[in-house]
Structure formats: structure tokens, C-alpha cells
Design a protein around this ligand. Structure first.
Ligand code: SAH
Length: 228
């Protein structure tokens, strides 16, 4: 499967079965045990990012691009904390859901905008660009191009999360592939941290903070890189 196919498949998935699956996981209704584990892991990733940004004490007015914003799990709390947030996602359905969730908790929405757009076509400049749990859908070469593009949008900082490629996780993934569940319709790609760091450095960034979320079924390495 080449990169163009990956993107088409991902877009279709997140407008169909993937939308239903992830909207539920990123919600608060009843889910199965595995989905609950993923929900809790993902929430920890979101919380880590929010804690970093809050600690800097400059969230009000800060411009933030949330690329691949999903249902707004990060965009909404950041906007509630006063940041100017531009959330975008390749899936129209995800964006609509994000908009509805935002409307329910902050009817004004002066500082929050959502658009249906793939991150490769984003332009403009943002103080901080964030891209959580998106790269898992793309192979290394394509992910590298995406990271380089995100760097070009970031005035000061880029925060990324990805599934790290480690031996233990590679084995877990193989076991997962051996017992495919009905809703695992997309491929999951892991990325070597050294490769990600190299791309960030080539684009003029260096690592500031790092985090890792591991639960039984969810693994996400979080890197904050700032412009040198
Ligand atoms: N970042 C969000 C959502 C993660 S789920 C969060 O952490 O809560 C992954 C999301 O990436 C999906 O909503 C999917 O539609 C989106 N996505 C996948 N490929 C994309 C691309 N090329 N450009 C923009 N969004 C993309």
C-alpha cells in the first residue's frame, strides 16, 4: 500500500466505521474493556500536553494549531483555557462532532475554529502546533513529510505524539494482527523515536519535554520540540 492509498483509506475510515469507534472511545458512554483502556491512555496524553502548556503560564491568547483534532479532545480544553485554537481534521465527520461538542460547553466560541482539512494542506503560522495520535496512520516516509510540514507552520513549538517502535510493542502488534478485531480497519504504524527526532532537528527544532503514556493497549510517546 503506498502513502496516497494510506491517506485515502484513513479519510474514509474516519468518516465511517472509524468515526463511530473513535467517537465512542473519545466520549464518556459505555465501552468495552479494551476501549476503556485506550480512552484512559489517550486522556493521559491529552492531560500531559495540557499540563505542559499550562505550566508555561501563557495560554491566554496563544495561537495553537491542533492538526488532526479528532472530536476536539485537546482543542476544546485549550480554548476553554483561553488559547486561540485552530482545529482541523481530514474527516468532516470528526470536525462536525468536535464543533458540536465545543458548542455544548462554550456557546460563544470566539477563540475556537474548526475546519475539515488534511494537515498537509494547512498553511499559516501558529505559535504552537500540536498533532496527537495521527502519525500512527502513516508509514515512516510519509510521516516524515508530515512532520516537516508541521514544523513549517510552527513559529516556536511543535508537540507530537506517536506509537514508539520498540521490540516489545512490535511483538504486541504482531499478536494483534494475528487476532484482528472487526473494527481494526486501518493499519497501525509505529515510528522510531530517533527518526522522529532527526526530522525535528533537521527542521531547526530541539527536544524540550518528553512524555510517555503506556496502558495495556495504548502506547504514545509525546515530544515537545522548540525552534532553536
Ligand atoms: N488528535 C486527536 C485525534 C486522534 S485520532 C486526539 O488526540 O484526540 C486521529 C485523527 O487524525 C482522526 O480524527 C483522523 O481523521 C485524523 N487524521 C488522519 N490523517 C490525517 C491527515 N492527513 N490530516 C489531518 N487529520 C488526519
Amino acid at each position: 500500500m503506498n502513502a496516497v492509498d494510506d491517506k485515502t483509506v484513513v479519510k474514509e475510515y474516519f468518516n465511517a466505521t472509524g468515526f463511530d469507534r473513535w467517537r465512542r472511545i473519545y466520549g464518556d458512554g459505555e465501552v468495552n474493556k479494551v476501549q476503556r483502556d485506550i480512552r484512559e491512555g489517550h486522556q493521559r496524553t491529552v492531560d500531559t500536553v495540557i499540563s505542559w502548556l499550562s505550566a508555561d503560564g501563557n495560554l491566554p491568547g496563544l495561537s495553537v494549531c491542533d492538526a488532526g483534532c479528532g472530536v476536539g479532545s485537546l482543542s476544546i480544553p485549550l480554548a476553554q483555557a483561553g488559547a486561540r485554537v485552530y482545529g482541523s481534521d481530514i474527516s468532516e465527520k470528526m470536525v462536525r462532532e468536535a464543533y458540536e461538542r465545543a458548542e455544548a460547553v462554550m456557546p460563544q466560541m470566539n477563540n475556537l475554529a474548526f475546519t475539515a482539512q488534511d494537515l498537509e494542506s494547512l498553511s499559516g503560522q501558529y505559535h504552537t502546533v500540536i498533532c496527537l495520535d495521527v502519525l500512527i496512520h502513516y508509514p515512516q516516509e510519509k510521516a516524515g513529510e508530515m512532520i516537516a510540514h508541521l514544523c513549517s507552520l510552527a513559529e516556536s513549538r511543535l508537540i507530537l505524539s506517536f506509537a514508539p517502535k520498540t521490540l516489545a510493542l512490535t511483538m504486541l502488534k504482531k499478536i494483534g494482527e494475528f487476532f484482528p478485531g472487526p473494527s481494526k480497519a486501518t493499519r497501525a504504524y509505529q515510528h522510531r523515536e530517533a527518526d522522529v527526532v532527526k526530522i525535528l532537528e533537521t527542521n531547526g527544532f530541539s527536544i524540550q519535554r518528553q512524555g510517555m503514556t503506556s496502558t495495556s493497549f495504548y502506547f504514545s510517546r509525546i515530544l515537545e520540540a522548540t525552534r532553536r
